[in-house]
Structure formats: C-alpha cells, structure tokens
Ligand binder design. Structure first.
Ligand code: ZN
Length: 435
C-alpha cells in the first residue's frame, strides 16, 4: 500500500526531471535569501543560475554541522518571520545548538514523508498510532506526529516514559502502529511480557516505525519476534528535516529515500568526490523543497550506499543501505578503514565476553598495532588457561576474517576497563605521528 503512489512509484526519468527543476529552485533560494550561501557559492565560483544537470551540484561547496552552529540562531533561515511556523533545536554535547525552522509547507512535506512509512507497515486512516518518541525540541515526536496527522490516523501522543502506562494505552486504545526508538520498543515489549501479556496476541500492534538510534540485526529480530510486528526503519536528521528522510518498505533491506524532497549523493569520505550508485561512502543530502532552511550538500557523516537494484515493492526511489557507521568514528589501521561498530559486532558474537572493550592503537616497528582489550563475563572461569587461550584465538580469527587486519586480543577480568561517565571511551590512539 502506498501513501502517494504517483510520487513514490514515479518513473526515474520523470523523477530526475522533477529533482533538477527543484534543485535549481533550491540553490537559487538559498543563494538569494541566505548570506552564508551567497558567500560560499561566490567563493567557490558556483553559479546557481547556471545549473543544467543534477551532476552540476558537485560544483557547489559542502555544508557541515558547524556552519549551522556558527550561524546561530537564525543565520540559516530563509523564511520571513510571518512564515516561520516551527523551530526545532538539537543540543549537542559540545557547542551551540543547531537550530532548524520550518514553514507551513515544510511541515506539510515532513508529514507526507513520514506518512509514507506508516503505509509501508500497513497503516491507514483507520489506524491508531502511538508516538512514544520524545516530544519537544527534539524532532522525533513531533515529526512522527505530523506523519500521523497527514495519514489521518488517531494519534496517541504518549511521548516517552512510564512504560507501564505505555503498555496499558496500547492495549486499551487498540493501537496498531507504534513509533519510537528501537530500544524503547523493546522495553515496552519486555514490560508487557513481565505483566503476563503476549504482545503478539494481547496487543493489536502490527507495525512499528523505529529509528533515531542504531540497531543491531539481533535486536531488530528480537523486537519483531516479541511484538509480532512489521518493522519500518526510519532515517532522518534534524538538520535537513527530521525523521522520514528515508523509510523501509519491508521488501528486502534498505530504506526508500524521499527523492522528491531530497537529492542524495554518496561521496568518498577522503577525496569528497561523488561515487557511483552502489558504492559505500558518506551520505550527503541536498534539500529540494525546504523553504525555511534549505541545506545544500549537507555532510551527514553517515556511511552507507545506495542499493542499485530496483525494489520489488514498486517504489522507484533509491534505497539507502543499512548505516555502517560514521566517518567521525572511522579508524584507518594499516591503510584499512575500520569502524568500532565492526569490532563490536564481532564481540557480541561471543557469549563469554562482555561488551566492555577498548581499542588501543600503537606504533610498533613503524607499523600500526591494534589491540582490543575485552572483559569476560562475570562467570567465566578466568583461571582456566586453556579456555582463555581458546577464547582469545577464536576472537583473533574472527577479527581477522571480518576486518582483514591482524588484531591482538587481550582478555581481561570483569570490571577492569575504566568506565567513564556518559559516553564510553572506546578508542585510545597512541600511534606516532598522529596529532
Ligand atoms: Zn521497496
């Protein structure tokens, strides 16, 4: 089932024509209304009036998160005050918040993008959608809310917290679509089970639209299994809109990008050159319809690729593959790109070790040396040398086959790796010649 069949299934040729027309408008709009873009485009010699094809976009400079912060609060706004209808802001751990505004049309488009995902999990105007994302300055709750309104669903704006009540609302209001983060969906499922319910039969929920945080394949399966739902992964970031930039249709993996509103490029994170469809690199997004905050070539730092094969669901918009990590986190070890998430994936396959680990990089004889320190689980027999040695060898073999580089493993007793408050410090880079 589609929400906007004529757009979602538009022949690619027609879609690209629409994109070009909108791209020209968006570039001119940004140039004329926002001094930041005028300066940047002029400095790069990029003429927004001379764009003839989608590939001309590559002549324009990139925009990064810091640019939005530097223009705090309204420097990136192109809308007049009377047309400004919503302001969202994300507070980073460092520096000023990134502030993004929306006009009425921006909000309408946002609702349409999210509503496509509601249709993807079988929702309709007869649905009751429970939104258990946080409401507020964070774009999750109100973004999903716009989607529910666009579809014409009955909305239960539950927000987060009070999990017991979440379960009761779902049961009593016969909720069929749940929208929240994956970890919260799992908590709701576990709470229901703890209360003696079987969510698959005692709740009416049949679709879940889950995003805003990374999810492992194992956790995803657990959610589907426990709740008995069709799963829709959502991609979005507040800098270009919020949740709904891309949504999963359930036919094979990947999320359809709303290509009528966003033009995406995949670029090589080192050379910053655009890559052909199918290759892995950094996702760069240009908004095609945003009135208040047009974003031109926004670097998301997310690593993914476009899936080249057409989707069997009939939608023609390209799909984003599962996110592989962030360019910020990428390590280059002996010339090989390694993501901490790959290391974590290997670790989670071994039940004898905990997910407390640390990656220590040093230089040995002029070459990179990578050591991963991992804690065992509490009941592992740490004094049985043979068992310990086997575990270590198995881990090293698995790292070698997954990462294509040699990783030394040091297994340590539980609670020996320092725990820092907040974000865990996973990487210690002591290599020579690195600033
Ligand atoms: Zn599809």
């Amino acid at each position: 089932m589609y929400y906007q069949e004529d757009i979602e299934c538009m022949p690619r040729e027609e879609l690209e024509k629409l994109q070009l027309e909108r791209l020209k408008q968006s570039l001119v709009h940004a140039y004329e209304k926002i001094p930041f873009y005028k300066e940047r485009f002029d400095a790069a010699g990029a003429d927004p009036y001379a764009v003839k094809s989608l590939t001309d976009l590559a002549k324009f400079p990139f925009t990064v998160k810091q640019d939005i912060r530097d223009n705090y609060p309204f420097g990136m706004f192109a809308a007049d005050k009377k047309d400004l209808k919503r302001i969202h802001a994300s507070s980073g751990t460092t520096g000023m918040a990134t502030v993004i505004g929306s006009t009425e049309q921006d909000l309408k488009n946002w609702g349409d993008c999210f509503a496509r995902g509601i249709a993807m999990v079988g929702g309709s105007e007869e649905s009751t959608i429970q939104i258990s994302y946080g409401y507020g300055l964070f774009s999750g709750g109100l973004g999903a809310h716009l989607g529910g309104e666009a579809m014409g669903c009955a909305i239960v704006p539950a927000s987060t917290g009070n999990t017991k009540r979440q379960v009761q609302l779902m049961k009593d209001f016969e909720v069929d679509i749940l929208a929240c983060t994956p970890s919260y969906a799992l908590r709701i499922a576990d709470e229901a089970i703890a209360e003696g319910l079987d969510p698959r039969t005692d709740l009416k929920v049949s679709g879940a639209i889950l995003g805003a945080e990374p999810v492992s394949p194992g956790m995803r399966e657990e959610i589907q299994e426990k709740l008995g739902v069709k799963y829709c992964d959502v991609y979005g970031l507040s800098e270009v809109m919020g949740p709904g930039v891309a949504m999963e249709c359930g036919h094979g993996h990947g999320m359809h990008i709303a290509e009528d509103h966003f033009l995406v490029e995949i670029v090589d994170p080192e050379t910053m050159e655009p890559l052909p469809v199918g290759e892995w690199g950094e996702l760069v997004i240009t908004t095609l319809t945003r009135e208040c905050c047009p974003m031109i070539r926004y670097r998301t730092r997310d690593l993914t690729r476009l899936i080249p094969e057409p989707c069997t669901c009939g939608r023609t918009h390209h799909k984003l593959d599962r996110l592989k990590g962030r360019t910020d986190d990428m390590l280059i070890i002996r010339g090989v790109n390694v993501f901490p998430s790959q290391i974590e994936q290997v670790i989670t396959q071994f039940p004898d070790v905990a997910t407390h680990y640390q990656i220590v990089l040093t230089t040995k004889d002029g070459l990179d040396n990578c050591e991963v320190q991992i804690e065992t689980v509490d009941d592992f027999p740490f004094d049985e040398i043979r068992k310990l040695e086997k575990l270590r060898n198995d881990l090293m073999a698995e790292f070698k086959s997954n990462l294509q580089i040699k990783v030394n493993v040091r297994i340590v007793e539980p609670n020996t790796i320092a725990r820092s408050e907040g974000k865990a410090k996973r990487i210690i880079d002591k290599r020579e010649g690195l600033a």
